[in-house]
Design a binder for this molecule. Structure first.
Ligand code: DAH
Length: 346
């Protein structure tokens, strides 16, 4: 009898070692523990033994039973991870979509504008948002009594000394730049002609916030300085860029205007046939002009040898035209429904 128990135990061990699936393991379990299984049969055979042998043999069978149970449990645990995987992982199913963000419409528009200018040979330039009066006004030929220098129109910083990034700033108080034009000065201070740059960036003005006014907005500044730069270059460049942005059938008119840093100065209006907006046919697009000789002299560029043109326009304004956005505040409220709408290709 003891020999039989030993044989059964080695058989079980060999069978378990060869088992690779849960169903094969279940078959073994039934073979040993089922109603007509090996272990119940062994236990039943105890009653056929002489009474003095029964206790000892019964104990041996029960011990085998415990070891067999443990061995099967262990094998099951070893098989489970693989079997669970094969049951629940279907590698042919499509993946779960990752909730991906996207660029803000202003960033997209800004990149699109820069991309067009790059094709024309312009480089990207940048300047600080916290500026000095010198760069924002004086160097741009803006006289001290100009209305923009009034505290009602520009944000001045109260304690400038705490905020100076540049230990020897040129000229006066710190302010939040009210235009991107100071980038022109910073570029011309560092670089000699030929110069061709665009500089997108944020500007700040004191304003009552409504559908068309904000205290922070984006502009794109542009500057070209070289020998023989004329108004024709300005016109050809800007018409090309705005046609790319607004449609190739866009028509333009150049209205005489005044900016302190250009002479002559213009405002460009655009007209898109069949797409008048808010009842208006002509939409203001951009300020521009030929760089004022005083501005060139101020940065040490000889105005008798070099000439240039400059321009500046609002990115939100352009997006409002292209994307038919009725209210400037949509750009900062960040309602995803609005953002999604405008993030389709423009
Ligand atoms: N800085 C002007 C503004 O904020 C826009 C502008 C006009 C920029 C003419 C220029 C320019 O460079 O030449 O209204």
């Amino acid at each position: 009898m003891e020999k039989e128990i030993q044989d059964r135990e080695s058989e079980l061990q060999a069978a378990l070692a060869a088992t690779k699936t849960e169903s094969a393991l279940e078959e073994i379990r039934i073979r040993y523990f089922g109603r007509k299984g090996i272990i119940p049969a062994l236990l039943a055979s105890v009653s056929t033994l002489p009474p003095e042998r029964r206790r000892e043999v019964g104990r041996a069978i029960n011990a085998f039973k415990d070891r067999a149970e443990a061995a099967i449990r262990e094998k099951r645990a070893a098989l489970t991870p693989a079997s669970v995987q094969s049951a629940s992982l279907d590698t042919t199913l499509p993946g779960r979509p990752v909730a991906e963000g996207s660029l803000h419409p202003i960033s997209r528009m800004s990149r699109q504008i820069v991309e067009i200018f790059r094709r024309l040979g312009f480089a990207l330039a940048d300047g600080p948002e916290v500026e000095t009066e010198f760069y924002n006004f004086d160097a741009l030929n803006t006289p001290p009594d100009h209305p923009a220098r009034n505290e009602q129109d520009t944000f001045f910083l109260r304690d400038s000394s705490l905020l100076l990034a540049d230990p020897s700033p040129k000229g006066g108080r710190l302010l939040l730049r009210s235009q991107t034009s100071p980038v022109q000065i910073r570029v011309m201070e560092r670089q000699r002609p030929p110069i061709r740059i665009v500089a997108p960036g944020r500007c700040y003005r004191r304003d009552e916030i409504d559908a068309t006014h904000s205290i922070a907005f984006f502009q794109v500044e542009g500057l070209v300085v070289d020998e023989d730069v004329s108004l024709r270059d300005l016109k050809g460049t800007l018409e090309l860029v705005f046609r790319e942005l607004l449609g190739h059938d866009t028509r333009f008119r150049f209205r005489p205007h005044y900016f302190p840093f250009t002479e002559p100065s213009f405002e460009i209006d655009g007209f898109r046939p069949g797409r008048s907006q808010a009842g208006k046919d002509w939409l203001e697009l951009c300020g521009c002009g030929m760089v004022h000789p005083k501005v060139l002299t101020g940065v040490g560029i000889d105005p008798d040898r070099y000439s240039g043109f400059a321009f500046g326009f609002g990115i939100e304004r352009l997006l409002m035209i292209v994307g038919e956005v009725p209210d400037l505040r949509f750009f900062t409220e960040n309602d995803v429904r609005f953002l999604r709408n405008l993030s389709s290709p423009i």
